[in-house]
Ligand binder design. Structure first.
Ligand code: 13P
Length: 252
């Protein structure tokens, strides 16, 4: 099954609405003529509506970076899936390692968040990946099995193909230490095997991205790997030029 590559830029806590608007106006003409690749910008909440309005009708979709699992409630500071969908956002990053490490995002919460996103028509981008000490202890596969198993426990086979998984080894995020092609390929093939054990046909449709220090120089090699269906790009997505180069490198 042919999977269309997805290049998603995760802006993290960068860019005001005005900065986001300048960026999208510069990006849209750079990607207008491309086909065979999907593009998403994962932006702060406050940027979503303006970005979605500006990107409407283009190949660029707008995703959020987090959401609460409940439909509504007394959860000060939180945002629901329906609230995101109404901004025009089409997806949401869930389980990013920064949220797991700094904000206590748990696998139990993710088991609820992934189905809640799907119910609202948002594409979940579920982030998984091992820490450096887990890799050193040869614990990578155990960690991936646990995250994939628990976080997708509430997703049935029919919904699985809507989910995007981002393999982001924690030691490669923001460090400049990109995974080698062998490391990325091995981990992503392992994740696909985990999915196939649940449902072989559905697993073939799931896009699995690599994330962690992807830049315009290393993207082509990673994106050429047979199991890598795109990239989740942090720092190199903050400027239009390198991000546009990464998008061009993804076309199949
Ligand atoms: P960097 O590309 O800055 O390493 O960040 C990766 C990441 O966390 C994307 O979600």
């Amino acid at each position: 099954m042919a999977r269309t590559p997805l290049i998603a830029g995760n802006w993290k806590m960068y860019k005001t609405e005005r900065e986001a608007e300048d960026y999208i106006q510069a990006l849209l003409p750079r990607v207008a003529a491309l086909d065979g690749v999907e593009v998403a910008i994962c932006a702060p909440y406050t940027d979503l509506k303006a970005l979605a309005d500006s990107a409407r009708g283009s190949r660029v979709e707008v995703y959020a970076q987090n959401m609460h699992q409940d439909a509504e409630g007394a959860y000060t500071g939180e945002v629901s899936a329906a609230m995101l969908a109404e901004t025009g956002a089409r997806g949401v990053v869930l389980g990013h390692s920064e949220r797991r490490a700094y904000f206590g995002e748990s696998d139990q919460a993710l088991a609820l968040k992934v189905p809640a996103a799907l119910r609202a028509g948002l594409r979940p981008v579920l982030c998984v990946g091992e820490s450096e000490s887990e890799r050193d202890a040869q614990d990578t596969e155990r960690r991936l099995r646990q995250q994939v198993g628990e976080d997708l426990a509430g997703v049935d086979a029919a919904e699985l193909a809507e989910v995007v998984i981002a393999y982001e080894p924690v030691w490669a995020i923001g460090t400049g230490r990109v995974a080698t092609p062998e490391q990325a390929q091995e981990a992503i093939a392992f994740i696909r095997a985990l999915l196939a054990a649940r449902d072989e046909a559905a697993a073939r449709g799931v896009r699995i991205l690599y994330g962690g220090s992807v830049n315009a120089d290393n993207a082509a090699e990673l994106l050429a790997l047979p199991d890598v269906d795109g990239a989740l790009v942090g720092g190199a997505s903050l400027q239009v030029e390198p991000f546009a180069q990464i998008i061009s490198a993804a076309r199949r």
